[in-house]
Design a protein around this ligand. Structure first.
Ligand SMILES: Nc1ncnc2c1ncn2[C@@H]1O[C@H](COP(=O)(O)OP(=O)(O)OP(=O)(O)O)[C@@H](O)[C@H]1O
Length: 799
């Protein structure tokens, strides 16, 4: 089976997964060469056999009616040639090996993705995996949109869609969508009203960042088959420019201040050309499709975008279809599907196609060749096997004398260097590296590419990055665990040092540089460090770190880590720490990760207890510890069923336990959070629940909370978000200030506001706060029906 990786073969897109051979890559010419007409067609352009294309029609439009027949047929030929070349680029995904012709047909493995219109919550601040876990739940209210329809509007919609921005987390299928869209067009199947589909990869655009170009010369560089195209053709044809991977772009797109360009032959810096194209100054009738990971999408001002879509991965049935398509052996695909369904983490992770790919590689290998081992249940299991399969493949390709269960010293060395690179960049939040970065970690670029079984699988060329952020996190954890077992105190101390709060002053920190004393001490401090991260960038890393402490996982890695026969007592201590850790003011999303760490250590007790608790239906009787509450919050948040009410007071738990339940707000209709001492990190979760797509929250009660000024400001702006559907807000006896009333007044004036009931009783409001609210009530946009007591008396007043 050679389908060990799926990747883009669109040369204009060297995606996270694509490390296509150099020969496939367009030859970049400088602008001078282009002006001199010195263009070298890329290899496949020259080799494309004539007439191979299955395109049934060209996309040329009537705008060229003035042309002489000879000119028209020449252009027709150019379009046909472009379709043919695009088809050749897109029809294969070279998975695994990179020998010519070894690729799998895209149409064989392409599985429909779940794409929706609109944008989910707070996308740019959350770790992509966790965010997907949360937002990928299919909801009946979402309207899916097919990839080939993203520029289409229904007949009653009177708008024209010029710019589409497609968001999606790493590995969710953006590049595959671009590739499929382009292939369908090139084969004459879809979107035939478009004359030319022109994919331009942001990553490849980076390579000519310092050059000066016109739009026309840019096209000549990236699509050499279009040499004959003239400026006037561009203005009459319907063109679609696809910018895949905005997150990888190193341009600073200055939308506010730039030179105006409206002529396709005008030469300028590449970023200026791009901005003018996206804004519609250049070729106003051209369609633009931009794909991006969520964190980078903000670079395009919303005013430029006519439609936002989001690739949300695979639904449950699409997941199954993926495995069925991938394996012709029906029995194998059935066994794989049932294994995934039985393992909650795997099932959730397989919402992201790249995880389906990893799972497919590992499970196929284990089920067909290596049936002795236990099938992976946790992420650490799965990733450990993944690494092993990659090494095995490398050995099969390049030979090797060592016993299959042992890693060669050279492999170990290389993997640990990769681990170091992964770790150092993870800490800094980097996902892309350059050859200098490799060299700094002792990695030789050519050596890396020779280890194709490991590195061309994990790495791609030119700009390097791991096949998926989670692989980087896994290798980083392997490296850190190795440093621990080897007692590399310099690295460990550097990582673990942090300011521990001074119990006496509360504010001034003490620098904690105490040497690590034991495995449980090491893991506890690593966990604390991850809890402090605002965006959770160490969450998965620390989950893997816990998983790697199990001997069973160390064994899978075949000597990469020095096996530590950790004493059962030590493991028990680690488990106890996880169950008892006080996560205080940290975000409750971080606290859920503590539960995931337990699961990675194969401790099912908390999970089982919570399952029983949920079945028993006796909410208030059972006493719940803080870790129980994190598990409960996770399960409620992930549940297919939306909870009618989350009432923190109904649970028999500590204040910390109650705070840890907050993430469940994302999946309930009514939240009762009165008198609950929440901090900003909790209010941020509530705000995210109000702005998520879809947002279920209709009623929110925050009465008897103090110091809400910042929270009210945050929640008021969440109320103005188009996804928010909140109808009732109770803020009784909260000591609201004038500033809070001002924020609330703005929210009341926003359109569309769904808020109908606002309870402000017992706030002792006075002018000018009252005046601010009255002003909002008089605004025609305000739809409020009931306002409870603005002044001292709690009387119901109809608005
Ligand atoms: N529709 C699909 N059908 C089958 N496999 C898919 C599909 N979409 C994605 N995959 C698998 O997931 C991998 C990652 O997909 P892709 O490169 O399109 O992700 P991406 O969203 O562009 O990620 P990134 O932001 O990291 O570049 C592919 O190489 C392929 O193995």
């Amino acid at each position: 089976m050679d389908e060990d990786r799926a990747e883009s073969t669109v040369p204009s897109r060297v995606s996270l997964k694509s490390d296509q051979s150099k020969s496939d890559i367009v030859n970049f010419r400088s602008s001078e060469e282009i002006e001199r007409g010195e263009h070298i067609l890329s290899n496949w352009d020259q080799s494309a056999p004539p007439g191979e294309s299955s395109c049934s029609q060209s996309g040329s439009r009537s705008g060229d009616a003035e042309m002489k027949p000879k000119e028209r047929s020449d252009l027709q030929e150019v379009i046909e040639g472009h379709k043919m070349s695009l088809k050749r680029r897109c029809e294969h995904v070279t998975e695994g090996t990179h020998e010519a012709g070894s690729g799998t047909l895209l149409n064989k493995i392409y599985t429909e993705l779940y794409i929706t219109e609109g944008q989910s919550e707070e996308v740019d601040t959350q770790h992509e995996v966790r965010q997907l876990e949360r937002t990928s739940k299919k909801n009946i209210q979402d309207t899916p949109i097919k990839c080939q329809d993203i520029f289409k509007v229904s007949s009653e919609q009177q708008r024209h869609i010029r710019v589409v921005l497609t968001n999606g987390v790493a590995g969710v299928g953006k590049t595959f969508s671009v590739q499929k869209f382009s292939l369908d067009w090139a084969e004459g199947l879809e979107n035939q009203d478009i004359s030319l589909v022109l994919p331009l990869s942001c990553r490849e655009l980076n390579l000519i960042r310092d050059e000066q170009h016109s739009l026309l010369s840019l096209l000549h560089v990236f699509h050499p088959t279009l040499q004959k195209i003239r400026a006037e053709d561009l203005t009459v044809w319907k063109l679609l420019f696809i910018f895949d991977g905005l997150d990888e772009s190193r341009f600073s797109l200055g939308f506010n201040k730039h030179q105006l360009i409206s002529d396709v032959t005008q030469v300028s810096s590449v970023d200026v050309v791009l901005v003018n194209l996206i804004q519609g100054n250049l070729l106003p009738s051209a369609l633009i499709w931009i794909t991006s990971r969520p964190a980078a999408a903000h670079q395009i001002p919303p005013s430029c975008v006519d439609r936002i879509t989001e690739v949300r991965g695979f639904t449950d049935s699409q997941k199954e279809e993926y495995f069925r398509r991938r394996f012709s052996d029906e029995d194998l695909s059935k066994r794989i599907i049932s294994h995934i369904k039985a393992s909650r983490s795997l099932h959730i992770m397989c919402l992201i196609p790249v995880f389906c790919w990893i799972t497919a590689i590992v499970l196929e290998d284990m089920m067909t060749r290596d049936q002795r081992g236990e099938l992976p249940q946790t992420l650490t299991d799965l990733y450990s096997h993944f690494l092993r399969v990659q090494i095995k493949r490398k050995k099969q390709k390049y030979g090797g004398k060592q016993r299959p269960e042992e890693l060669a010293e050279a492999d170990k060395e290389l993997l640990l260097k990769l681990g170091r690179l992964a770790f150092e960049h993870l800490e800094k939040g980097n996902i892309m590296f350059y050859s200098e970065d490799l060299e700094r970690c002792g990695l030789d670029v050519s050596e890396v590419s020779v280890y194709s079984g490991v590195c061309t699988e994990i790495f791609k060329r030119e700009i390097y990055c791991f096949v998926h952020l989670s692989i980087q996190e896994f290798l980083a954890a392997v490296y850190m665990f190795h440093c621990y077992t080897r007692k590399d105190t310099a690295v460990i101390n550097q990582f673990l040092k942090y300011f521990k709060p001074n119990p006496f002053s509360g504010f001034v920190g003490l620098f904690n540089n105490d040497p690590v004393t034991s495995l449980d001490d090491f893991l506890r401090r690593a966990l604390m460090k991850s809890l402090k991260s605002e965006n959770g960038h160490l969450d998965l890393f620390v989950r893997f770190l816990h998983g790697l402490s199990l001997e069973s996982n160390q064994r899978i890695l075949g000597g990469l880590l020095d096996q530590r026969n950790s004493h059962p007592e030590t493991i028990q201590k680690v488990l106890n720490n996880l169950k008892e850790v006080n996560s205080g003011e940290f975000s409750p999303d971080r606290s859920i990760n503590i539960f995931h760490c337990l699961m990675e250590m194969k401790d099912q007790s908390v999970h089982q207890e919570i399952q029983e608790f949920l079945k028993s239906g006796e909410k208030s009787k059972r006493e719940l510890s803080a870790i129980h509450c994190s598990a409960l919050a996770y399960l409620l948040q992930m549940s297919e069923e939306v909870l009618d009410e989350l009432n923190l007071r109904q649970y028999n738990t500590s204040d910390e336990g109650r705070r840890r339940l907050i993430p469940a707000v994302r999946n309930c209709r009514k939240a009762e959070l009165s008198d609950s001492f929440l901090s900003m990190s909790h209010w941020e979760v509530v705000a995210s629940a109000m702005t998520s797509n879809p947002s279920h929250l209709r009623e929110l009660s925050l009465s008897w909370n103090e110091n809400l000024a910042d929270a009210v400001k945050l929640l008021s702006s969440a109320m103005m978000h188009p996804n928010c559907r909140l109808e009732t807000l109770r803020l009784s006896d909260c000591w609201l200030s004038e500033i809070s009333c001002d924020s609330l007044a703005s929210a009341l004036r926003s359109s569309p506001s769904h808020l109908r009931v606002l309870d402000l009783s017992y706030n002792k409001l006075k002018d000018p706060a009252v005046k601010l609210l009255c002003g909002a009530l008089q605004d025609p946009l305000c739809e409020l029906e009931t306002l409870r007591s603005v002044r001292d008396d709690p009387v119901l007043s109809q608005v």
